[in-house]
Ligand binder design. Structure first.
Ligand SMILES: [Zn+2]
Length: 150
């Protein structure tokens, strides 16, 4: 048995949110500069010597984030108050999470799923930094190893 290769990409973006029913200050609309880290693992390399093409992986995930999360408000679908307030602001970008708070945990899971859809590879893990000292992480049900080619 050999070892396991891992690659990691990192993407920064800025979003606003609030956490419904939070007892502390996260209930106030506010923003973060997030950092997403995505790991992909494989026991074997492709013919180019890669686990995955960094540029391609990063380009796809970054494109999705830029389109949906960057400089957007991430809103729980149950947060009617915030949705109607933002709806009144021309040019607001809104991304709705169905019945869930846009916590770092939920964002990590969402990005894991999107990365899998976009790239056809289940990441080993996604880590979502909400501040320089706090992150949440999501690991998929499978270990996320890339299946060997053919
Ligand atoms: Zn927050």
């Amino acid at each position: 048995m050999g070892g396991v290769y891992q690659v990691r990409i990192e993407i920064s973006f800025a979003s606003g949110h609030r956490l419904l029913e939070h007892k502390g200050k996260c209930v106030y609309p506010h923003g973060h500069t997030y950092k997403a880290e995505i790991w992909v693992a494989s026991e074997s390399l492709n013919e180019l010597g890669f686990v995955v093409d960094f540029t391609e992986l990063k380009g796809k995930v970054e494109g999705w984030i830029e389109e949906h999360w960057d400089h957007a408000f991430l809103v729980n679908s149950k947060d009617g108050e915030l949705l109607s307030a933002l709806g009144a602001v021309r040019g607001s970008r809104i991304f709705v999470f169905q019945d869930e708070n846009p916590s770092a945990e939920v964002m990590a899971r969402e990005l894991h799923e999107r990365a899998r859809e976009l790239c056809g590879i289940a990441p080993l893990r996604v880590r979502m930094w909400e501040s320089p000292t706090q992150y949440a992480e999501y690991q998929g049900p499978a270990r996320g190893l890339v299946q060997g080619d053919t």
